[in-house]
Design a protein around this ligand. Sequence first.
Ligand SMILES: C[S@@+](CC[C@H](N)C(=O)[O-])C[C@H]1O[C@@H](n2cnc3c(N)ncnc32)[C@H](O)[C@@H]1O
Length: 267
Amino acid sequence: MSNVQGMSDPNYVSKQYRDGSNLNARIRLHQLFSVNQYGWQRWLFDQMKLEANSKVLELGCGTGELWLENLERIPKGVEVVISDFSEGMVEQVQKNLKNQPNFQYKVIDAQAIPFEDDRFDFVIANHMLFHLPDREKGLSEIKRVLKPSGWLFASTIGKNNLIEINEMVTRFEPQFATWNTLASDSFSLENGEAQLRKHFSSVTLHRYPDSLMVTEAKPLIEYVFSGRLQLSDERKAKLVEFIEREFSDHGGRIFLTKDSGLFVAKN
Ligand SMILES: C[S@@+](CC[C@H](N)C(=O)[O-])C[C@H]1O[C@@H](n2cnc3c(N)ncnc32)[C@H](O)[C@@H]1O
């Protein structure tokens, strides 16, 4: 039997992010084949313009790439609470960032943030709001812990993100038609602004211009298996053959649309 699990299904989310392995497979595809060489994490950091001595809370930090790729650019005196719902991720990020001053590590569910009101200057929620079963609660919690002068940075994807992979796996198995579209149904570049406007006084969307030119089948196969597909071993082997055939049919190069950006929201 084949199946696709929902983006905010707690069973899916806790299994998917038990540790960094699935997320790493996805980050790797972008690191190897992104056309825009500037880099997503550096670009994100540019948009945030964190101020010296500010207090920052990151929710759903994953493996901590944002900080790892910008360590030398963190302004003086910034204090960061870096957090994730998954204990495995928090352990991983603690290892990745060891010895860095000014970081505090915490397991936090974004829907129940264990801090007092008006505590932070900046809250960061990168590619994670689409996982919240109760996003309204999450957004009101973020607003509550932000100072009145505070800002939320929330990145996500749009409906065209990696649309070619969606088309490819749907040709293999029509039930996978929703594989890549579930995030865009919950919190996306298209519908995120309306959701944020209910809580924040101004919201601006910044899009990151990029695409992928994939020239090796293996990282793409690992990406596909890092997601929500549930397949028998036999069907998995068939999907590997299918993707390898796609590669040779396209002369060993597959172009993928990347559709990602950042909402900057003022409290
Ligand atoms: C797609 S990953 C993004 C990781 C990282 N922010 C990045 O952009 O690379 C989503 C992360 O959100 C976390 N997450 C899911 N539900 C959460 C919740 N309710 N509260 C906090 N974090 C959550 C997952 O454990 C995972 O690490």
